[in-house]
Design a binder for this molecule. Structure first.
Ligand SMILES: [Zn+2]
Ligand SMILES: [Zn+2]
Length: 287
């Protein structure tokens, strides 16, 4: 498990109110400011620098940048707006049928029976259907109804920051190339840049930007690796390696992404109904 999420979990348990009132807005703001920063940096500086402002590649860069940013923010918003609370169950499904009563579990906080795979969240103050984990960056719980949006939110954050990293590195190499031959050592490079103040800032600014970009890439990339493992086995974050509900990759995908499966990468607004309401779960043995 990621040490950062475990630290957040520990802090959230100790100070739940502070985590919701301060941790949530700060985390959401970090994503919004970070996305706006890297989008502007790429579109107005790095991509035109590499390919030229009037080039076809620059125009394609704009299309790619807008598509990725739209999916980061769209999926983040859809994730926040879609609740996975047990309250979202359709009427008549709030209580178990007699034959499934033994599968439901009593929540002592909500004081009622909850469907299998539902867990209580102390921050959201209710039980969540197929609870994955509580996410500070979307300010709610990830569960049965919004897992799809979280998956693509993380996917596009990773894709966006990795593309940004690649173009930053290319632009850095281009700068070094302009300042002197690639085989020159660091001393020669510094001497060459000493006469060009703007380029000195360009080079050192680049080191800082690459470092920032690496940090912005690392966390979502790790989370994406976890989420791919979760999708592969139809598991949840805290039981990532359990294969109890593994029905095969195609079915597992549909149980998280809905009937359109991986096509949901196109847009968070693409309709993709989930196969069931999140209260009945088929186990691997019964598949
Ligand atoms: Zn509960
Ligand atoms: Zn929660």
């Amino acid at each position: 498990m990621c040490i950062l999420t475990e630290t957040c979990r520990h802090y959230a348990k100790l100070h739940p109110k502070m985590f919701v009132n301060i941790g949530h807005p700060l985390s959401v703001l970090l994503v919004l400011v970070g996305t706006a920063f890297f989008f502007s940096l790429q579109m107005f500086y790095v991509v035109p620098n590499i390919f030229g402002a009037d080039s076809l590649m620059n125009k394609l860069g704009w299309l790619a940048g807008i598509f990725v940013t739209y999916n980061i923010l769209g999926n983040m918003l859809a994730c926040y707006l879609t609740s996975s609370s047990v309250e979202s169950l359709p009427k008549g499904r709030e209580f178990p049928e007699p034959e499934e009563e033994h599968l439901w579990r009593y929540c002592e906080v909500c004081e009622k029976l909850m469907p299998p795979r539902s867990w209580h969240c102390a921050l959201c103050k209710c039980c969540m259907l197929k609870r994955d984990h509580h996410c500070a960056f979307t300010a709610n719980c990830i569960g049965h109804n919004n897992h799809r949006y979280f998956f693509w939110f993380i996917f596009y954050l990773t894709l966006g920051t990795s593309l940004s990293m690649v173009t930053l590195l290319i632009d850095g190499l281009r700068k070094v190339w302009l300042l002197g031959p690639l085989h020159s050592n660091l001393k020669a490079l510094l001497l060459a840049t000493a006469t060009q103040k703007i380029e000195i800032y360009g080079i050192y600014g680049h080191y800082l930007l690459v470092l920032l970009n690496a940090l912005a890439f690392g966390f979502p990339a790790l989370m994406l690796a976890f989420q791919i493992q979760i999708m592969d086995s139809n598991a949840t974050y805290y039981k990532m390696f359990s294969r109890l509900y593994d029905l095969g990759f195609r079915k597992n995908c549909q149980l998280i992404l809905g009937q359109r499966g991986l096509w949901t990468f196109v847009s968070p607004w693409l309709k993709s109904p989930l196969p069931h309401d999140g209260s009945r779960w088929q186990m691997k043995q019964a598949a």
